[in-house]
Ligand binder design. Structure first.
Ligand code: FES
Length: 69
């Protein structure tokens, strides 16, 4: 699906950029040109980045230690 109409950038391209390290819309602007025109794609691009981060977040193991008596 096209996210940035002005620059013909798709959600797949944004996810690929995120997998390469893009974490902000500014990163996407620099790499792909997202939001460099009218800016109406900014919010959707940010949501895709957030979704990507959420899906790829590493969970730290939780270690429970018994309370001392
Ligand atoms: S739709 Fe992305 S800059 Fe216009």
């Amino acid at each position: 699906m096209y996210v940035c109409i002005c620059n013909a950038i798709t959600d797949k391209q944004i996810r690929l950029a995120a997998s390469r390290g893009a974490t902000t819309v500014m990163d996407l602007t620099n790499e792909l040109g997202v939001a460099a025109g009218c800016g109406s794609c900014r919010e959707t691009a940010a949501e895709i980045l957030s979704e990507h981060e959420h899906r790829n977040r590493r969970f730290e193991p939780v270690v429970f230690t018994p309370a001392s008596a």
